[in-house]
Design a protein around this ligand. Sequence first.
Ligand SMILES: Nc1nc2c(ncn2[C@@H]2O[C@H](COP(=O)(O)OP(=O)(O)O)[C@@H](O)[C@H]2O)c(=O)[nH]1
Ligand SMILES: [Mg+2]
Length: 307
Amino acid sequence: MGIWDRVSGRTRSVLAAGIRSLKPPLAPGYYEELEEVLVSADLGPAMAARLVAGVRARAPRTREEAADALVVTALSLMSSRPRELFPLPLGERAGVRGLSLNSAPDLLLFYGINGAGKTTTIGKLAHRLKQHGRKPMIVAADTYRAAGIEQMTGWAQRAGVEHFDGRGGADPASVVFDGIHAARSRGSDVVLVDTAGRLQTQRNLLEELAKIGRVASKALEGGAYESLLVIDAVLGLTSLVQAREFNRAVPMTGLVLAKLDSSAKGGAVIAIESELGVPVKLVGVGEGIDDLAPFEPEAFVHSLFEA
Ligand SMILES: Nc1nc2c(ncn2[C@@H]2O[C@H](COP(=O)(O)OP(=O)(O)O)[C@@H](O)[C@H]2O)c(=O)[nH]1
Ligand SMILES: [Mg+2]
């Protein structure tokens, strides 16, 4: 069993049971039943209808041909934007670019609702970047809660990377500004920024996030910039509403899908990507420090539909 079969396991078993129960594609009622099965994995009615239309157009005669048609259609609906965590080499994707050519650090800004998986993702990514020869610094700008800063600091220590901590109550944008300067003076070449959890309905907090983004991209002076919404895969399609609103407030360069290992609603990622056109770049596949992977849509979609 490959990693994608394991991480999408719960979604996969929902889909596999449904797909196995289907009649063969030439039987009457096949497409209606297929649509129901897809909705059960949280692909949503709109995406299920588009997938079914794609399968129908290919006129499959066997179950295998139907699975192939699902895979091809799903992939054609997903984001075509670059998926690498540009410019960071991740695992086998090394070679995209090594260290920054200039002295300015690269920066990744993480945001999302409380409990989505931001702090955990940053800890895992810092560890991974360090393994690949980068010198990460974590900036803890979740200044509303002392516990938030402590939790991030704990991960920085576990990963063995530098950290810069905001004071409780400090303005997060100024913490990020100071953090970038601290990173330069300590020779860090990539900055990972943790922010306080916020809801897509909290206008003032979205504005604050936009300000953090502006300050960070200005202070970078040429380093690469990633603006990443972390979503909880367990919530499925609910995250689409969040992602839409966050994307309006802060231009997003990618999504992180945390907790894919414990979600039965992983199908939602296809719908979310397709609607937003924003690629999923990383997935969380557990609570351990190594449980982070670059997203591979082909392998993911095959694991879902070829059960
Ligand atoms: N199973 C699983 N749990 C995760 C994953 N990522 C985060 N978590 C858990 O989700 C909870 C919230 O994570 P946290 O990083 O604190 O969320 P934050 O509020 O967005 O910073 C914690 O209990 C994490 O251990 C993941 O990929 N898989
Ligand atoms: Mg946190």
